[in-house]
Design a protein around this ligand. Structure first.
Ligand code: 1GP
Length: 246
């Protein structure tokens, strides 16, 4: 999955659709995923701050039967592991005040990830104001929006520690996406890290700005929950990302 993403990045930026298995049945998640893929999304991320393992497993299974594009778990906790997914973002919540989210959950989950036999992609995860549910649950020391250089420092540390992806998160449903300047500093701080940006990307304009500022991978979740026409909404966002890739 990592190589697949990196291959696409040679020519253009990537869009991933985040589905929270807590929000709908596995059958409905399949419908959303199929529509998002028709709209041009490059893969499906599965996760949420409060979702349980059974729902993640059942939705991963249903998706694995129906779609060919990567299914990537975006774990909210140690129970969010499924052998039916293709990969897991194995993340450390770098700006949490609680060591559980930095390394404790990872230690508790590592054996299950190995047993599931899915690809683990090492990722630094950083939550910026407003931070939403994940900021609250994860005891985050939220990055102030007017301090654009802070995530760049963490990204460089993550790279030196051997991580290959870095996720800048504003929180699901945030009223504003990550500030453009913050994305730009993070992107400039490393040539090799894959920069993932999510939270609050709702319109084609948002997506264009985030992509132009330097995001490699853009994640949207809330938009598919808010629209009746997933395919057109994702197509609009994907088109903006593609035009920012040129
Ligand atoms: C949340 O970054 C993702 O973890 C997506 O956020 O729901 O605001 O698109 P949205």
């Amino acid at each position: 999955v990592e190589n697949q993403i990196k291959d696409i990045l040679k020519t253009r930026k990537v869009h991933l659709t985040l589905i929270d298995p807590d929000e709908q049945s596995p059958e409905d998640a399949v419908k959303i995923a199929e529509a998002a893929i028709k709209g041009g999304s490059d893969g499906i991320m599965l996760g949420g701050s409060t979702v349980g393992g059974e729902q993640v497993d059942a939705t991963s299974y249903a998706l694995s039967q129906a779609i060919d594009l990567p299914i990537i778990i975006f774990p909210g906790n140690t129970s969010n592991i499924s052998k039916y997914a293709d990969a897991i973002f194995f993340m450390s919540f770098l700006n949490s005040n609680n060591p559980y989210w930095i390394i404790g959950a990872q230690a508790l989950g590592a054996l299950e990830v190995k047993k599931a036999g899915i690809e683990a992609i090492p990722m630094g995860y950083m939550v910026v104001e407003p931070g939403g549910t994940v900021g609250w649950i994860g005891d985050a020391k939220l990055v102030p929006r007017n301090k654009p250089k802070i995530p760049a420092a963490y990204l460089m540390a993550a790279e030196v520690l051997g991580m290959r992806f870095f996720y800048l998160e504003a929180g699901s449903g945030a009223d504003k996406h990550i500030p453009n300047k913050m994305i730009a500093y993070a992107k400039k701080s490393s040539e090799n890290m894959v920069l993932v940006v999510g939270g609050g990307i709702r319109t084609a304009e948002d997506a264009y700005e985030v992509a132009k500022s330097g995001a490699d991978v853009l994640v949207t979740g809330t938009v598919v929950e808010e629209t009746d026409d997933v395919e057109s909404k994702i197509a609009e966002i994907v088109e903006a990302i593609r035009s920012a890739s040129e």
